[in-house]
Ligand binder design. Structure first.
Ligand code: FMN
Length: 190
């Protein structure tokens, strides 16, 4: 087994609540960004960008989450809003994943999304190789105007989610994977 394959097979997500200090340094985040930029990208459209959220900006993110909770459900009670704010505070380091998808382009949207996914996977693998735990998280609230405004998204951009990063505070359960024989079949011709 190659080192790359071993790293891919060993990668597993660790939730934000189990990611403590230290988080990645700016240098480590730049390595993660470089790996993201190495994803296959048909037409070199660069459909993925990352935004690091310094810790001191978390209260501001929490405020945006509160607005998003109320936009999603104007009747949300104080408990729901507090829960939404708490989500913004979990995870030692957060990096927003933003996709820019050009509809009606010669490169179809699904290919652009696949490039985004490949970049995300590169980021997760790099985080693991640097010794950090990580998990991609998302949710319906990220598609609100409140979150779009908070991240100043352009008209073709989507806030896909956040990569939570940090040092694992617990030993995770081994990831369950489909057997290769379920993934790969052999075409027998027409
Ligand atoms: C774009 C994207 C968004 C996701 N959003 C969530 C989420 O909001 N909550 C969650 O529990 N898992 C979410 N997941 C799945 C986890 O990140 C993770 O992949 C899953 O728990 C399986 O763990 P594994 O990565 O160890 O296989 C998301 C995955 C992707 C690719």
């Amino acid at each position: 087994m190659t080192d790359v394959l071993a790293a891919i097979l060993a990668r597993h997500s660790i939730g934000p609540r189990h990611l403590g200090p230290p988080g990645p340094t700016m240098d480590a985040l730049m390595q993660i960004a470089a790996a993201t930029a190495a994803a296959p990208d048909h037409g070199k459209l660069c459909p993925l960008r990352l935004v690091a959220l310094p810790r001191e900006t978390r209260p501001s993110l929490a405020a945006a989450f509160a607005l998003a909770a109320l936009e999603t459900d104007p009747d949300a009670n104080a408990g729901v809003v507090t829960q939404a704010k708490d989500r913004a505070m979990a995870g030692e380091t957060l990096v927003a994943v933003i996709a820019r998808i050009l509809e009606d382009h010669a490169i179809p949207a699904h290919e652009q999304w696949i490039s985004v996914g490949a970049g995300l996977q590169n980021a997760l693998l790099t985080a693991a190789s640097l010794g950090f735990g990580a998990k991609m998280v998302s949710g319906a609230r990220l598609r609100t105007q409140a979150m779009r405004s908070a991240f100043a998204l352009g008209p073709t951009e989507h806030l896909v989610g956040f990569i939570a990063l940090g040092t694992p505070t617990e030993v995770p359960r081994p990831a369950r994977r489909r057997p290769a024989s379920e993934v790969l079949t052999v075409w027998t011709g027409t």
